[in-house]
Design a protein around this ligand. Sequence first.
Ligand SMILES: NC(=O)c1ccc[n+]([C@@H]2O[C@H](COP(=O)([O-])OP(=O)(O)OC[C@H]3O[C@@H](n4cnc5c(N)ncnc54)[C@H](OP(=O)(O)O)[C@@H]3O)[C@@H](O)[C@H]2O)c1
Length: 417
Amino acid sequence: MAAEQEIYALGETPPLGYVPPKMHASLIRPERFGEPNQAFEIEEVDTPTPGPGQVLVWVMAAGVNYNNVWAALGTPVNVIGARQRKGAEEDFHIGGSDASGIVWATGDDVSTVKVGDRVVLSCGMWDENAEDIAAGADPMTSSTAKIWGYEENWGSFGQFALVDHYQCFPKPEQLTWEAAAAYMLVGATAYRQLMGWPPHIVNEGDPVLIWGGTGGLGSMAIQIVKARGGIPIAVVSSEDKYDFCYQMGAKGVINRKEFDHWGRLPDVDDAEAFGTWMKGARAFGAKFWEVLGERKAPKIVFEHPGEATIPTSIFIADNNGMIVICAGTSGYNADVDLRYLWMRQKRLQGSHFANVEQCAALNQMVIDGQVDPALSQVFPLANVGDAHQLMHENKHQPGNMSILVNATEEGQTDLNL
Ligand SMILES: NC(=O)c1ccc[n+]([C@@H]2O[C@H](COP(=O)([O-])OP(=O)(O)OC[C@H]3O[C@@H](n4cnc5c(N)ncnc54)[C@H](OP(=O)(O)O)[C@@H]3O)[C@@H](O)[C@H]2O)c1
């Protein structure tokens, strides 16, 4: 631990509770928007000060998520410009929507955590005094809801992160800093998708189709479905990903490259084209039965690819089943054949991150060892752009990636202060 100084090199630790005026962070600037490996650069910036209800966290490790691929590209939203239009002064973005670390300072009116607490952070932020929340709305549906480290600045790719007090959850003691930083965003999102929309929640024996089984969301979804007694069936794009899905608990795995009917629906009046599409969708359905081992349709389809897969997801879901979606990675123009929606009374449900109870429930599953963070690769802060580039190109290894921020090496579960 070093004496009080203006800024600390990565790897040095200030005295607990001392907040240096400056910090190192990996920044995105508008002039660097583009390929993620060019967009991020480590710079020195002023350390933010926690206001009422806020907490300043010494970041030990940060998680890598797809949202900062979008932030780096500057599309579909220029997050810096969007914040400036609402009055923010900073002309940079410090991304990072997942972290493990230590509470270093608190603003007024914070009673839920104290300096020295080891925490993991959730990315769901809202105005606790918002009218809609006071009237009973789930905070994630509030007009004030936003994602920290994406829509809001001061994310975890900096030595200090600034969050609201309710974003802090106890760090699972058994986990390394880098594993603890890897799971909350994808885990809690998957938890809300699978458990947050009753009566369509995973029950004992329910088959569930999970797109992107080796991805961040998919790796969490497989484990949650398994822990709930459901039957996870994963979809991937190559056979070398099968083993990972089985390790996570999948009963069966499908290779989507064996089919070619993906993308938007042909016009329903074009009998030939529609017939060809239907043949592909039926073949996919038959494959689902084959890997499941019985002729049952999925009660829930866990969606995020969007445009490429939604027509198939809606076709394959069980009568009165649910397609629950949190993204449109392959595109946003997803076609719905309404006949399946109304005649078979299926539910197409949007879902976005998670509320405090859902984050806590997912965190407890990790503490109890029911959900593993599925940590794949770990990078130093200097390579945060490379990690996002791998994700952008879908070349990352199965599971979730982490960044060592103030942690000096992999494998540490605590910091001597
Ligand atoms: N709204 C929210 O709260 C929320 C939260 C977390 C993530 N997201 C979003 O969800 C998406 C996925 O996130 P992630 O962390 O799971 O990303 P990820 O780790 O990159 O995994 C996504 C997986 O999707 C599969 N995939 C990609 N293109 C596909 C296509 N055309 N058809 C079918 N599958 C495809 C890939 O698996 P295969 O190539 O093996 O099939 C990939 O592994 C991103 O757009 C992210 O921004 C939203």
